[in-house]
Design a protein around this ligand. Structure first.
Ligand code: SF4
Ligand code: SF4
Length: 297
């Protein structure tokens, strides 16, 4: 299962692959409950739901034995490519086709291919929508470690990586091992680079302050400087030394569809709903919608 899965995952366009057994992540559960108790989820109420399932994939999918974790790079010329005076910045993942659909398709192809070899294999694909502890699963599956900005960092592709998981009903002949001997070390660049001090301490984010949450998901209780970001924020990634040397994406599904540096604030303000749909309807920007983007401006 391990070697075959790895080979097929690369064939369907993933850069990274690992398998980890299902288990209960008690340490993460405690840290998460502490984080919630401090109110750092702000208005993101969905983060309080399904707490039991979030830390135990076997409760999310009946009969689950293992989790296949796959990752794909989306690093492009937009990742880390803004000047300090840019005022209509968009997180680089959002300049691509919506990754939920692309990755789900890739996971489903991976599952179908594996089912040809293992007819009793069943699995469910997840991309960032179910209460699944995907970053910790990626750590367990040997893809990388969780950086101080709370994102997965991989040695080859840095943090410009999108994840997808297949929760399956089979045990693997071999499981991945978490990486040893790599990590953030003494570096604190992301904590220092965050323009709103949203990284309260290593791996602890206050979503009420985080521009990424404030421009997309959270209801803004207060107006505050968004530092030129109108959808998402990449500041804590752009400063990371692992991202500077990270390899760029090679999977064409993750080619940027537009360059935010070519769209001015006035262009955005004057944009009609029809034009927005035509130009950005297949990208993650649709999730926030044009009115939200105009409000962010
Ligand atoms: S996304 Fe932006 S605001 Fe949020 S923690 Fe990172 S640098 Fe700070
Ligand atoms: S900037 Fe430094 S501390 Fe932050 S995630 Fe990257 S390596 Fe870790």
């Amino acid at each position: 299962m391990f070697n075959t899965g790895n080979k097929v995952a690369k064939m369907v366009g993933f850069d990274l692959f690992g398998i980890t057994p299902c288990k209960h992540f008690a340490i993460n559960e405690q840290a998460y409950l502490d984080w919630l108790s401090k109110g750092y989820n702000s208005t993101l109420e969905y983060m309080r739901r399904n707490l039991d399932k979030r830390f135990n994939p076997s409760l999310l999918v009946e009969g689950a034995k293992s989790v296949i974790v796959c990752g794909v790079s989306y690093k492009s010329e937009i990742s880390g490519g803004y000047d300090s005076q840019d005022r209509a910045k968009i997180a680089s993942y959002a300049c691509n086709r919506d990754y939920h659909k692309s990755i789900k398709k890739m996971l489903q192809t991976l599952l179908k291919e594996l089912q040809k070899i293992y007819p009793s294999l069943e699995g469910r694909a997840f991309v960032d929508t179910a209460p699944l502890l995907e970053k910790q699963l990626a750590v367990e599956a040997g893809l990388g470690w969780i950086g101080k900005q709370s994102l997965l960092i991989t040695p080859q592709y840095g943090s410009y990586v999108l994840l997808g998981e297949l929760v399956i009903n089979m045990e693997s002949d071999k499981y991945s091992k978490p990486l040893n001997g790599v990590g953030c070390g003494e570096c604190r660049r992301c904590l220092e680079a965050c323009p709103t001090q949203a990284i309260v301490s290593p791996m602890v984010i206050n979503t009420a302050k985080c521009i990424s949450c404030r421009t997309i998901e959270a209801e803004q209780k207060e107006r505050g400087d968004l530092h030129g970001w109108i959808f998402g924020c990449d500041e804590c990634q752009n400063c990371c030394p692992y991202n500077r040397k990270a390899l760029g994406h090679t999977n064409e599904r993750f080619n940027p569809l537009f360059d935010p540096r070519e769209i001015s604030i006035d262009d955005w303000k004057q944009m009609s709903a029809k034009e927005f749909e035509e130009r950005f309807g297949t990208t993650p920007l649709k999730r926030a919608g044009l009115e939200r983007i105009k409000r962010n401006i």
